[in-house]
Design a protein around this ligand. Structure first.
Ligand code: BGC
Ligand code: NOJ
Length: 817
């Protein structure tokens, strides 16, 4: 069953029924002001940091699921009927409903009682505010006398505190209402210099700022007292729950349309200019007023919306494909790239599944996110790399996460996730390949954010490399630490106490448990670092990196190879994990993907053999599971992985993030048919028709699809914020379509289904536009035998980077067996 359809022309997903299996979300904002918005207008907003600067409330894990949002109520003042044009929260039957999730905006339109209302929600570029533009049309033959109420519950900034510290919070809330603008200023009187405002373009018939007055005692969002009686109470919040509601009277002639604009924003004042007059407690509104005035003007709103659209034309224009597969096309051209922007911005912090409280920006996550983002806004990727590396420890290790507002490492979680440092090498490599900006390596960057500790970024990469060499276990493999990529493989944890965090509890010394996955990653990262060292004029250093990589490769063959696949790890007793000798978890996906991506086993058939094992034991029609057989009970020596019931999450779920590693491995052995088949199995667009099973949004990847051991095999969960976005984007664009960034230029190396006759790609790269046509007349899966650039045949399959040309560069690549 489908709940909507793709409108590829508009780059929108159109949801035609409000009661989707789960709230289907979108993001507003892509710079510093962000919002989550569901297809029924649920969600919340924040400035930079969902934990520390939250503007509005959302109630996670509620019933119904999606409570709290940017709500509107329309009331027919004659019949006294009222409803929500976004369906929630009144859930009144609508005669027509349509939600269009687009690039940075959401439009929810509906008709009820012959009144049509369409609301466009978006964040103008460069601003710290959001617009709700409401268009109301009277389709009756008679005049309509309506009331429109807005409703937004303010969060008292720190979302964690807001959810827990009620003895204080019920007494701190403060607002100001001036010229129809509701200002939320809790804690402004003391140490905060920021406030929120909620404005409306119309003359108000009334307002409410105290939630419980607006709702009435024992009433809820579906039946607010103010809306039911058709009149606000003009309540002024003092403590309890500050709220923003405007009441506007809208009288429409038959056929008449009216546009009403609401602006919700965040504003900071200079600390010494907080109040006006200076010795008062009144917000100084001098700098915010012009901003509000600007966006209450429909012309400016229309122009800002246009700009947002153009920005996305531009961002997405960097890589566009026309292939025989509609699902690949729309993911590459629109949604997968768009999701990469969200993961870049949010890391894993704020989604329908991530409360915005627990997790800042992951070191590993953010580095990987760059793979799918760097081509869109390289300057922001650069900034991210420098921020991340500044949290790196002197040892080369890394804080596992950092807080976006402060850009400081998260001490609670700490470090010792022993794969983390290597992702920095891969992130930096991806950045340089895209931009050719070698200068980034000379940027002085602090360690642990300590003034005076600056070293060139390149030195950070060296320390990342050394980190592993300084932590080698009994078999010569890297010690795993708290965990490697699999945050749930906690081999030094041995936790027997409920509530202990698997990520931070360490009951073992950590001198035994080793990771074959990190060994593979080390090989991959070392080769990358060697290539970088060569370019820096350090050939001896490069040789050293390669020699260490080769040594590690040997160790992998010796202690990491199980006969038909790669072992996953060794536990604290020195026993193998992910081996045929194990009763459960005989084979894991991660070490297979990572070792082959690092080139291990490519020359001697081990890679192919491994991929057959993956196909036989891990692949399902819904994607490739993480391990098999699933763990059926809790193993204290394994940690969180065995805490999940079989088939979910890291315990044999289809962890979509690492499926692309196998897909890349398949392309490396030239198996285009299988690579694309695997790619399609988890492609959300290709799963649109099984919406009742898949349940998550069909336009973005989910972290997980329940594996074959789960009762709900095929059900997706944890959509939006996942490394799946970047890895799939990287895989389809660079490995399957094979237009791959290299240090010296663009590599053309497609590995595609034999039945494809060809495809075209437009790629903007280092100041040039490449129009690439790939022809596959003889049904090959790989092998560029002829490359013609602007009419001239060149040898090899690299398009060397060159100075920007005035015309696009035309490339024809022909595959031949
Ligand atoms: C999840 C992992 C996640 C980890 C760290 C676990 O519960 O299953 O996917 O990486 O928590 O937050
Ligand atoms: C989600 C985390 O964000 C990511 O870093 C990790 O690799 C996966 N879970 C697997 O555990």
């Amino acid at each position: 069953m489908k709940y909507g359809h793709f409108d590829d022309q508009q780059r929108e997903y159109v949801i035609s029924q409000p009661d989707t299996p789960l709230p289907w979300m979108n993001y507003l904002g892509c710079e510093s002001y962000f919002g989550l918005i569901s297809n029924t207008a649920g969600g919340y907003s924040f400035y930079r940091d969902a934990k520390l600067r939250r503007l509005s409330r959302y109630r996670y894990n509620n019933a119904p699921f999606d409570v709290g949002g940017r709500y509107l109520y329309l009331r027919d003042n004659e019949s006294e009927k009222f409803w929500s044009p976004s369906w929630q929260p009144t859930r009144t039957k609508l005669d027509k409903y349509e939600c269009r999730h687009g690039m940075g905006y959401t439009i929810i339109g509906s008709t009820a009682n012959k009144i049509e209302a369409q609301t466009t929600y978006f964040v103008p570029l460069g601003e710290t505010l959001e617009i709700w533009k409401v268009k109301i049309t009277n389709h009756r033959k008679t005049p309509a006398k309506l009331s429109l109420f807005s409703s937004l519950e303010f969060c008292l900034w720190d979302a964690q505190d807001d959810n827990t510290n009620f003895q204080r919070n019920f007494s701190t809330g403060q607002v100001e209402i001036v010229d129809g603008v509701i200002y939320h200023k809790t804690e402004y009187r003391e140490r905060r210099n920021h406030f929120a405002y909620f404005a409306c373009s119309e003359k108000l018939a009334g307002y409410d700022t105290q939630r419980d007055t607006f709702l009435g005692a024992y009433r809820s969002w579906d039946n607010p007292a103010a809306v039911a009686r058709g009149k606000s109470f003009n309540s002024v919040a003092c403590g309890w729950a500050p709220h923003g509601s405007h009441h506007v009277k809208v009288n429409l002639k038959p056929g008449q349309t009216k546009e009403i604009i609401f602006v919700l924003g965040y504003h900071e004042n200079a600390v010494d200019k907080k109040f006006s007059p200076p010795n008062s407690q009144t917000i100084n509104k001098t700098t915010v007023k012009p901003v509000i005035a600007k966006y209450l003007d429909g012309k400016n709103v229309a122009a800002a919306f246009q700009k947002l659209k153009e920005n996305w034309d531009n961002l997405l224009g960097t890589y566009q494909v026309t292939s025989p597969d509609i699902h690949a096309n729309r993911m590459v051209n629109i949604w997968n790239a768009y999701q990469c922007m969200a993961t870049f911005n949010m890391s894993r912090s704020a989604s329908f599944y991530e409360s915005g409280i627990g997790r800042g920006l992951g070191f590993r996550d953010s580095n990987q996110d760059l793979l799918g983002f760097v081509h869109m806004v390289p300057s922001r990727a650069r900034e991210r790399i420098l921020d991340l590396s500044a949290t790196q420890l002197k040892s080369g290790g890394a804080f596992h996460q950092y807080q976006p507002l402060t850009k400081r490492g998260n001490h609670e979680l700490g470090s010792n996730f022993n794969d983390d440092p290597h992702w920095l090498i891969l992130g930096v490599g991806a950045y340089i390949k895209e931009t050719g900006d070698w200068k980034i390596l000379d940027e002085p960057v602090q360690f642990e954010n300590e003034a005076g500790s600056e070293q060139p970024l390149y030195e950070h990469l060296r320390r990342s490399f050394n980190y592993t060499l300084e932590r080698i276990g009994p078999h010569g493999l890297p010690l795993i630490g708290r965990a490697d990529w699999n945050d749930c493989l906690n081999l030094n944890c041995f936790s027997d106490t409920p509530g202990q965090s698997f990520q931070t509890t360490t009951n073992k010394e950590g001198k035994v448990a080793e990771s074959v996955f990190i060994a593979g990653l080390f090989v991959l990262a070392s080769k990358e670092l060697a290539a970088i060292a060569v370019k820096r004029g350090l050939p001896d250093e490069a040789k050293y990196y390669l020699a260490e990589a080769a040594k590690m490769e040997k160790v992998i063959y010796q202690h990491g190879w199980d006969g038909e696949w790669f072992i996953r790890a060794y536990n604290d007793f020195g026993q193998p994990i992910g081996s045929k000798v194990c009763k459960e978890g005989k084979i894991f996906i991660e070490s297979q993907g990572m070792c082959i991506m690092a080139g291990v086993g490519l020359d001697d058939g081990k890679a192919k053999l491994t991929l057959e094992s993956v196909n036989k034991r891990l692949a399902t029609k819904h994607g490739i599971v993480l391990n098999n057989p699933a763990f059926t009970k809790y193993y204290i020596e394994m940690g969180e992985i065995s805490s999940y019931p079989p088939g979910y999450k890291e315990n044999a779920g289809i962890f979509c993030h690492n499926n692309p590693w196998i897909i890349i491995a398949e392309t490396m052995v030239g198996n285009g048919n299988r690579a694309f088949d695997y790619y399609t199995r988890i492609n959300p667009s290709a799963r649109e028709n099984i919406g009742d099973l898949h349940r998550c949004e069909p336009y973005v990847y989910a972290q997980m699809i329940a594996g074959k051991d789960a009762p709900t095999h095929g059900e997706a969960k944890n959509s939006w914020l996942t490394g799946t976005a970047a890895w799939n984007y990287f895989t389809i664009t660079q490995w399957i379509l094979g237009i791959r960034t290299g240090f010296d230029g663009l590599v053309v190396d497609p590995v595609i289904p034999a039945k494809w006759k060809g495809f075209t790609v437009t790629r903007k790269f280092r100041g040039n536009t490449y129009l690439i046509e790939v022809k596959n007349p003889n049904g090959q899966q790989r092998g560029v035998k002829k490359l013609v650039v602007d009419g001239k045949e060149i040898t090899g399959n690299i398009l060397p980077a060159c100075a920007p040309q005035s015309e696009p560069i035309r490339v024809v690549a022909v595959l031949e067996g």
